[in-house]
Design a protein around this ligand. Structure first.
Ligand code: SAH
Ligand code: SF4
Ligand code: F3S
Length: 446
């Protein structure tokens, strides 16, 4: 049997696309493998968000070139596909730089992968179109996505933050219709999913067509999805502060199953920098927004993304970011050094922050955020939490799952608990996980 190896870089949208490509190749008779040496088709689903992410792809392609040569000598063909955001951003340049690549396909045209692979037997191909047809309609129905599954409901972005490539690599904001999402969610649940995370680059700008053709908000969509029998938990990510509508805030107090966790990137705490980033809100608006969400759902865990060293960022600007973090308190966060990206407005600026200053600021910010993350986890010790069991744990006899606040937990229980909710008394924390004991042997009734 032919085999396909699909490797995903970058965000959850890419992880979702990778799963869909694996399904598509499955329909074409390729069994999925995690051993690249035995793959007849290798797909790298790439990320262009920071320079480091894009560089990784070229070093991987260097290794694949050797592998392809070795397999070729043994009489085996290997097709190498570069998909995702680097494919979209660089297109034919990838072919010029890396002779081993056969197909370059962007995030909006990967449903054509079988056809592109067939064509690549004659000539190397590039497809970075934003086609009129809906790729989701052309993809095979999903069979499974695990206990906790991602579901793309919205793609692309019209926000054009000055640092970001996403509006260029993913294109304009598009929402999938409610019916298509419900059908996919139903199939996921039938395949064993108990938690679904609705994903989109700007998921809270969702405005897909409802049954009567009238646009539905993310809150409306979540109300519909949350009614699916068998579905225990619902999440969504990633959101922009300017799209946190009143009904979405209220949804956090109303939708059973919507988990008390919100990833709400703010990027900076300095109004000057936020303006230069084209974020279109200031730091106090963000603070007030967090207060409104907490008023509805006091136990909500907040998470965010930060960029340090945006061009022109001063010590005083950075101090404002530290102050915002101290004021808000985050359960978790991602933080990055600003990385200039080709084609974005910020990359044209002459007032770059020196690398050493960026590194210093990142270390200070991460120390503060890590402290908050550990304190948040440590506060769970002694408490009883509800855990959705997702998979076997690190050690025999253990299982692993997540709390409503997205904290990983390991505890002793049989593998039959996978896919159920269990109550666990937290006894200890480590860097990345909680440990505890089941408080009773039966699953919590859903
Ligand atoms: N759509 C999401 C984020 C997509 S990218 C949103 O708006 O929140 C994920 C994160 O990568 C961003 O939130 C930002 O913090 C970071 N990022 C994006 N472009 C970057 C760049 N040029 N340099 C450093 N970090 C960047
Ligand atoms: Fe990028 Fe900004 Fe769009 Fe997020 S909102 S994807 S950071 S342009
Ligand atoms: Fe990266 Fe593209 Fe996602 S650039 S973060 S894979 S949308």
């Amino acid at each position: 049997m032919k085999k396909a190896f699909v490797k995903s870089y970058g965000c959850q949208m890419n992880a979702y696309d990778s799963a869909r490509m694996a399904d598509l190749l499955g329909e074409e008779g390729y069994a999925a493998t995690d051993r690249v040496e035995e793959a007849d088709v290798v797909v790298l689903n790439t990320c262009h968000i920071r320079e480091k992410a894009a560089d990784k792809v070229y070093s991987e392609l260097g290794r694949l070139r050797v592998l392809k040569g070795e397999r070729g000598q043994a009489g085996q063909d290997t097709r190498i596909v570069v998909a995702g955001c680097v494919a979209q951003a660089e297109g034919a340049e990838i072919l010029a730089r890396t002779p081993a690549v056969d197909v370059v396909v962007g995030p909006q045209s990967y449903h054509r992968l079988p056809e592109l692979l067939a064509r690549s037997r004659q000539t190397r191909v590039v497809d970075t179109e934003f086609p009129v047809e809906d790729k989701f309609d052309a993809l095979p129905a999903r069979r499974t996505g695990g206990v906790s599954a991602f579901l793309t409901v919205q793609e692309g972005c019209d926000k054009f933050c000055a640092f970001c490539v996403v509006p260029y690599t993913r294109g304009a904001e598009v929402s999938r219709p409610v019916a298509a999402i419900l059908a996919e969610a139903e199939r996921l649940v039938a395949g064993g999913a108990r938690e679904v995370t609705l994903i989109g680059q700007n998921v809270n700008a969702y405005h897909g067509a409802g049954p009567d053709g009238v646009p539905v908000t993310l809150a409306g969509l979540m109300r519909a999805v949350s009614r699916l029998p068998g579905l225990l938990r619902l999440r969504y990510t990633t959101s922009h502060p300017n799209d946190m509508g009143e009904d979405l805030i209220r949804a956090h107090g109303e939708i059973p199953g919507l988990m008390p966790y919100l990833h709400l990137p703010v990027q900076s705490g300095s109004d000057r920098v936020l303006k230069a980033m084209n974020r279109k809100h200031d730091a106090d608006t963000y603070r007030r927004l967090v207060e409104r969400v907490r008023a509805v759902r006091p136990d909500i865990a907040l998470s965010s993304d930060f960029i340090v060293g945006f061009p022109g960022e001063t010590d005083a600007d950075f101090a404002e970011t530290m102050r915002l973090v101290a004021d808000v308190g985050f359960a978790s966060a991602y933080s990055f050094k600003y990385s200039p990206r080709p084609g974005t407005p910020a990359a044209e600026r002459a007032d770059a922050v020196p690398e050493a200053v960026k590194a210093e600021r990142l270390a200070a910010l991460q120390a503060l955020l890590d402290g908050q993350r550990h304190a948040f986890a440590a506060a769970m010790v002694g408490r009883e939490v509800e855990v959705l069991v997702e998979k076997p744990g690190r050690h025999p006899g253990q299982v692993a799952g997540k709390t409503p606040h997205l904290l990983a937990v390991q505890f002793d229980a049989p593998a039959t608990t996978i896919g159920t909710l269990q109550r666990v008394r937290v006894a200890a924390t480590s860097a990345n996980s909680l440990f505890g004991e089941r408080t009773h042997a039966d699953a919590v009734a859903a």
